[in-house]
Design a protein around this ligand. Structure first.
Ligand SMILES: N[C@@H](CCC(=O)N[C@@H](CS)C(=O)NCC(=O)O)C(=O)O
Length: 205
């Protein structure tokens, strides 16, 4: 099993985190984004979108972080992580969609501005980040995990960019449910950290 990744990519961290939570060994192959290795003909054969992460499971190529989470859960019959009943599966999918939508266009985009110099309107993406954080704060009220009574791939998919939201100048201090949930994810056996940068506002204690 190989994971093409970059240490500052939250999408890649999602995949790496889930491999580690499952206890699955994978060779990590760092893709040099600064040198545009992700746009090379070799890499585009793996993922025509030219993005990390990509999983290579003995020749089965899976691109897209959420697709990798689903693939790994199915492959390892990890039914707690990806419930099979209609309600449970739909609840997980709802939050995978949020991870690919509101999280990508909110806290992920805010961090792209500060860490990678992306040309988005910072005020706009920070406002979007707070909008989705308010939703998640409410969804976690009285709940330990976002989609079920146990951790699922929805928690994994949401974690990385919310954990590093302060790097994008998104102050997380008003979100006590979210901050407690982040700590629960970080306490899971096999948790692996997402590299921090010195950029942005401080993380709440
Ligand atoms: N939908 C993709 C998005 C992946 C993504 O945006 N990856 C970024 C790094 S965080 C990337 O490779 N960007 C380079 C590019 O889009 O050119 C996923 O979930 O894996």
């Amino acid at each position: 099993m190989k994971l093409y990744y970059h240490p500052l990519s939250g999408h890649a961290h999602r995949a790496r985190l889930f491999l580690s939570l499952l206890g699955v060994d994978a060779e990590l192959i760092e893709v040099d984004l600064a040198a545009r290795a992700h746009k090379s003909p070799e890499f585009l054969k793996l993922n025509p979108f030219g993005q990390v992460p990509v999983l290579d499971d003995d020749g089965t190529i899976v691109a897209d972080s959420n697709a990798i989470l689903v693939y790994l859960a199915k492959k390892h019959a990890a039914k707690d992580w990806l419930p099979e009943d209609p309600r449970g599966a739909a609840a997980v999918q709802q939050w995978l969609s949020v991870a690919a939508g509101e999280i990508a266009y909110g806290p992920c985009a805010a961090r792209l501005v500060t860490v990678f110099g992306a040309g988005f309107n910072a005020d706009e993406v920070i406002a979007r980040a707070h909008l989705i954080l308010r939703h998640i704060e409410a969804a976690l009220d009285g709940c330990q995990w976002i989609a079920a009574d146990q951790p699922t791939i929805a928690d994994v998919a949401l974690y990385s960019y919310i954990a590093r939201a302060p790097e994008g100048n998104v102050d997380r201090s008003a979100y006590s449910n979210v901050n407690a949930w982040l700590k629960r994810v970080e306490a899971l056996p096999g948790f692996v950290t997402f590299r921090k940068t010195a950029i942005g506002v401080p993380e709440p204690a």
